[in-house]
Design a protein around this ligand. Structure first.
Ligand code: AMP
Length: 266
């Protein structure tokens, strides 16, 4: 497995990798969620590239850029075992040299949900992913449903800008007790980790009520608010039930719908 730090070297190595090429962009500090994408990429493609880049432009000023967990050596050894061909791990200067002056943005879709809570976040995501797609030139790129809006926004960017690749979204990998795997879970104390299970319980409650015939979005949202309200360490940022493509809030919940929530724990 090649460890690549520069764009020039990535382009050089990419030219000799067999087609089709599958690509998994990440911020690193890898876990089974990331590895599920890598394994699917390995199954679907003749070669696989994974990027590890803590992209500063997608962190808002109140985000956690400085303390975002990192372990490049550990990540490399995990990816080696998955048969990845190359890991692209550029520096910030390599990706954003002095006088960098461009933007790639998806508009309306990024004003909702996470975009409303973290203004500027998705502009950073689309910019870095567009750059990575240009550098790595994948036939397929893999994203997790855990970051549901991100996957929807990337699909829109690829369609609108006629990028020549397929975007594949894969299900959220969870711990046995239901907590979605996330690099940021390392911030949680034992009590907070326990409290964080309320997110999964809320999603399961909603799914249960919906399959018993409750289709009223406001009622379903209120039930989730009630459940999460019982957890003292939890503060709701948003709970949303939207169309899975337009991200417009639904009144009546009909597939394809997306239930998503952001909750601060501790
Ligand atoms: P990140 O390193 O957090 O930017 O994640 C890189 C990719 O892995 C994104 O497409 C995420 O949605 C995906 N991912 C992260 N956690 C999970 C998970 N628990 N299950 C599935 N995909 C995930």
């Amino acid at each position: 497995m090649k460890i690549v730090k520069t764009i020039a070297e990535m382009r050089f190595i990419r030219a000799s990798l067999p087609e089709p090429l599958g690509f998994v962009p990440t911020l690193g500090y890898l876990h089974e969620g990331h590895l599920s994408l890598v394994r699917q990429a390995r199954t679907d493609n003749a070669s696989v590239v994974v990027s590890i880049f803590v992209n500063p432009t997608q962190f808002t000023p109140s985000d956690d850029l400085d303390r975002y967990p990192r372990d490049l050596e550990g990540d490399i050894s995990l990816l080696c075992k998955e048969g990845v061909d190359a890991v692209f791990a550029p520096s910030v200067d390599e990706m954003y040299p002095p006088r960098f002056d461009s933007r790639v943005e998806v508009d309306k879709l990024t004003r909702r949900l996470e975009g409303a809570s973290r203004p500027g976040h998705f502009a950073g995501v689309t910019m870095v992913v567009a750059k990575l797609f240009n550098i790595v030139q994948p036939a397929r790129a893999y994203f997790g449903q855990k970051d549901a809006q991100q996957a929807i926004v990337i699909k829109k960017m690829v369609a609108d800008l006629n990028m020549n690749l397929e975007v594949i979204t894969l299900p959220t990998v969870r711990q046995q007790d239901g907590l979605a795997m996330s690099s940021r879970n390392s911030y949680l104390s034992a009590d907070e980790r326990q409290a964080a299970l309320v997110l999964y319980r809320a999603l399961m409650l909603e799914q249960g009520l919906w399959s018993q015939g409750d289709k009223d979005a406001e009622k379903l949202r209120n039930e989730m608010v009630k459940l999460i309200g019982k957890e003292p360490l939890a503060t709701i940022d948003y709970i949303s039930i939207t169309d899975n493509e337009t991200l417009e809030e639904l009144k009546e919940v009909r597939p394809p719908a997306l239930v998503s929530l952001a909750v601060k724990i501790g």
